[in-house]
Write a protein that binds this ligand. Sequence first.
Ligand SMILES: [Zn+2]
Length: 347
Amino acid sequence: MKATVFHGKADMRVETVPDPAIAEPTDAIVRVVNAAICGSDLWWYRGLSSATPGQRTGHEFIGVIEETGTGVSHYKRGDIVAAPFNFSDGTCTFCHEGVFNSCEHVGYWGGDNDGGQGQFVRVPFADATLSTIPDAIAHDANKRTSALALTDVMSTGHHGCVRARVERGGTVAVIGDGAVGLCAVLAAKRLGAAHIIAIGHHPSRLEQARAFGATEIVDSKDPDVAAKVIELTKGGAHSVVEAVGGQGPLDLAIQIARPGGFVSFVGIPIGTQNFDARRLFSHNITIGGAVAPAHAYIDELMRDVAAGTLDPSPVFTLRLPLEDAPKGYAAMDDRSAIKVVLDVSPL
Ligand SMILES: [Zn+2]
C-alpha cells in the first residue's frame, strides 16, 4: 500500500510500505478514506522535535472497516469509523477514568505503527478506540470533513474549553489562530460563551475566528497584547485556552487570566521551561493541560455534526490526493493552508 514516510526535515515522501494485517484478536484493519495533516506534525517536519527517518506519519483519519479480528464485536466489515489520534484499550483504570491518553496500553499512529496518512491502518483495540460515523455524515462531503476534524483538532479545541471551564455567558480568550485555536473558538461558542477573544496574527484565520464566533480580535504581535486583553475583559478572561505551545504563549495565557480564572494549554509545550507560579498563587488561577482524550468527545460532537449545529470543516483550506501529501506539508509549513485534508480512497 501507499503511505507517507518521513525522511528528514521538510522531506516527506509517499512510498510503498507493507500492507497491515491483523496481529491481535482485538485489531481491525481500516481502509482510510480521508486523512489530515496536523499543525503538530510541523514540529518534526521543521526539525524542531525528533523524528526518525523512515517513520510513518499521520494521526488523523476516518475510513471503512476492511477486516476485524475475532475479538472485535462492535464493528464489522463496511462500517464507517473515525479514529482518535491515539488508541487505548478501554479496560484499564485510566480508560475507565476517561483519560484515554494515559491508558496503560496507549499508542499513537505513525512511528512504528501504521500512520493515518496511508491507504490502510491496523487499529489496535478497535472496539475501544474507534467511533461510528453515521451514514448521513459519511455521504455528505462537508459533514464527512467535519467528522475528520473530530479525530483531533475539534476534540482538542473542545477539551481546551472544558479544561478552562468555559461557562455559558462567560468570557474566553483563545491564544492561537491555527486549526486548534479556531476549533477552540467554535467550541467556546457551542458551550455558550458570550465573549470570545481570538488572539493571533493571520488576518484570514482571524476572519475565520470571527465566523466561528469570536467577538473580539487581538493581534498577538502587538507588544501590548496582554494589556489589551485585560482592558477588553476589565481584568482578564475567566477562561484562557492556549493553543500554540511553547513558553511565550503560555506566559501570555497566565498573564491574561482573570483572578480566580482557569487556563488550559492544548498546544504541545515544546521548549516550555516554567510557569509563573507566583502569579498563579497570588491570583488563584488554575492551570491544566492538555492532551485531549479525543475518544471521550467524538460521539458527543458527532451528534452535533449530524444535526448540522457544528461545522468545523472550514479549518480545512486545502484538499489533495494522498500522493500529494508532501505538497500538503509544504503548504502548512509556509502557512498558505490552515489545514490539509487528504483524499485517500473513495468511500
Ligand atoms: Zn486503558
